[in-house]
Write a protein that binds this ligand. Structure first.
Ligand code: AMP
Ligand code: MG
Length: 416
């Protein structure tokens, strides 16, 4: 028997960050940047107006008041997108729109609200300071500025910045491509009726969805029967398109546990009993010339999901170059106690309720936590109702109301 930490440690020591590739900006969403990005341009690229109003020489309107407005001729009309190089002489004004280039010589913009909005001439009712309502060239970003550092994750805001500084593609750590293989003679495809003795391949769907929700790229392989040859040839076929493989089923001590039988003979996959509940039988190793990581998860749906959360998700994040703190645990105060198995880390399906509450140890928490559904490892209903796994250390056998426990969030629908 090995501990959860030992098994996870072995996995994280084995998996490698994927080599960077260049991708189009939209395909980089959710990826980790693999270059330092310097701006190829000033932002804004030209001095422009921050308001709809009138470009002026500030000195011309210094004496303007409500009672005695300053009257200026309006000699031009500048819309956003105007590309002419215009000049404003003292004593004149130009009507200007937000984002339009400020004419040479002008040094301020009077908002239209402080004028009579005149077209041939404008009455200005208030002074403006030099530079007011003007966005100078390079105010935001200067050419050569380091705008994004290697190692950061790209979301919509970072992609906008990349686009604005002139990039159409960027070097990133790619999203891991993950093949999901279900095994078992009893499995039928999703949508087909499960006859007597059969079950729908819900794991295949769940793990595929989990890979996608994590921000990786899944390839789902239909259920494979419990036959050594079939399984081996499926794995050989799939390895070419995979950065990682996840199997479910066939790893316990039964007579038809084919995954264990086949993978014990090739690669470096090692099968261990991990001191956890649920999810005890686990296998991990690398397979094929590219040393592709293979995770063999137990078949019980709850065990499979817990194993994905605890072992596969951190590995896929590491392969994607993502920081470890993304899977940080949340402390919560127990509402009603429960028992936990001796000598095993328990991952109890539970619901977090946002509420300010203090534990019996005096710790203030932002959440209370309650168990949900029966804790059997085949119980999908309880799993679907849960939004976290309460992680109970191996030494603890009684969880009491008021205890502070650490919870692994299941809630995120999409990480990218
Ligand atoms: P195994 O790990 O193959 O011994 O399977 C353990 C339990 O999980 C059995 O009740 C299986 O029917 C069930 N199971 C295995 N694979 C799947 C799957 N892909 N979808 C749903 N249930 C499964
Ligand atoms: Mg099986």
């Amino acid at each position: 028997m090995i501990s959860v930490e030992q098994h996870l440690g072995r996995i994280l020591d084995t998996v490698r960050r994927l080599p960077p590739i260049e991708v189009g900006l939209l395909d980089a969403l959710g990826c980790v940047l693999a270059e330092d990005v310097r701006s190829a341009a000033d932002l804004p690229g030209f001095t422009n107006s921050a308001m709809d109003g009138y470009a002026v020489h500030a000195a011309d309107v210094a004496a303007a008041t409500d009672d005695s407005p300053v009257l200026l001729p309006v000699v031009n009309d500048i819309a956003a997108g105007n590309t002419q190089a215009l000049s404003l002489a003292p004593g004149q004004s130009m009507r200007i729109m937000t984002g339009a280039p400020l004419p040479h010589g002008a040094n301020a913009v009077v908002p239209v609200e402080l004028t009579d909005a005149g077209l041939a001439a404008v009455a200005v009712r208030s002074p403006v300071e030099v530079g007011q309502h003007v966005r100078p060239t390079g105010d935001d970003v200067r050419t050569g500025d380091l705008v994004l550092r290697s190692g950061g994750r790209l979301g919509p805001r970072q992609l906008a910045l990349l686009a604005a500084v002139g990039r159409s593609s960027v070097r990133v750590v790619p999203k891991p491509r993950v093949v999901v293989v279900s095994t078992g003679d009893e499995l039928v495809e999703v949508g087909r009726p499960a006859g007597f003795g059969q079950v729908v391949d819900s794991n295949g769907l769940m793990l595929t969805a989990a890979v996608r929700a994590l921000g990786a790229v899944p390839f789902r392989v239909g259920p494979v029967v419990d036959d050594a040859k079939e399984l081996m040839s499926t794995l050989e076929d799939q390895l070419v398109r995979a950065d990682a493989v996840i199997t479910s089923g066939g790893v316990s001590a039964g007579a038809y546990d084919t995954v264990k039988e086949v993978l014990s003979r090739v690669g470096t996959v090692r099968f261990d009993k991990v001191s956890m509940q649920p999810g005890m039988p686990q296998g991990f190793g690398v397979l094929g010339a590219d040393e592709t990581p293979v995770f063999t998860l137990p078949g019980n749906p709850v065990s499979a999901m817990v194993s994905f959360e605890v072992f596969v998700a951190p590995a896929l994040r590491a392969m994607a170059g993502r920081p470890e703190h993304e899977s940080a645990l949340v402390p919560a105060v127990v509402e009603t106690g429960w028992t936990a198995p001796a000598g095993k880390t328990q991952f109890a399906r539970a619901v977090l309720h946002p509420r300010r509450v203090t534990g019996t140890n005096g710790q203030d928490c932002d959440f209370a936590v309650t168990l949900v559904g029966s804790q059997g490892s085949h119980v999908l209903g309880g799993l679907a109702a849960a939004n976290c796994l309460a992680v109970i250390p191996a030494a603890v056998t009684e969880v009491q109301a008021g205890d502070v426990v650490r919870c692994h969030l299941l809630g995120a629908m999409m990480e990218a």
